[in-house]
Every structure is written in structure tokens, then in C-alpha cells.
Design a protein. Sequence first.
Length: 97
Amino acid sequence: MNSAGTIEKEQIEMDWWVEILSHKPCCIYYFGPFDSAKEAALAQDGYIEDLVNEGAEGITVQIKWCKPRGLTIFPEDEAESFQVWGEFNHTANDLKS
């Protein structure tokens, strides 16, 4: 599993990433980069397992072509994350119904 922390923007390129959002803790994780969406999808189970073993709950996973701002993002880290987190919370609440 990749270590948590912010990565300089120049170090992260557009590529395939596993994006994992968790409700508890309230966090967005990025794992990668991968050469293909298929490669990312094959790797996602290991990341999910690690987070569940660490106590993460309410996990949502997406394979994305993107350039993340960091590997681990807490909504309070930067104002722009609040918009992303608001969208996630809406999705998480829909799943409870």
C-alpha cells in the first residue's frame, strides 16, 4: 500500500488510479498509478482489504483516469475537497436508503 501524504503536482501524471472513499475515517485515498484500468481493477481488492483491516468503513471504489493532488486527502486539508466530499456524502447517503 502506498504511504499517505501529499505529492508534488509535478510527480503525479495523468494515469489510471484506484480512488477509494471511506465514510469512517472521512477520507479519499488514491492508489497507483497503473498502466491500464484493468491493472488498477485487479489491484483494488488488496487496497480495500488493507483499509478494512485498518478499520475503514463505508468504502466506495472507482477506477479513474486522473491526476490526484495527493495520495490521501482529508476534507479539511483543502477547501476544494469539500465540494468533492459533499458529492461523496450524497452518494453514501443514497446507499443507506
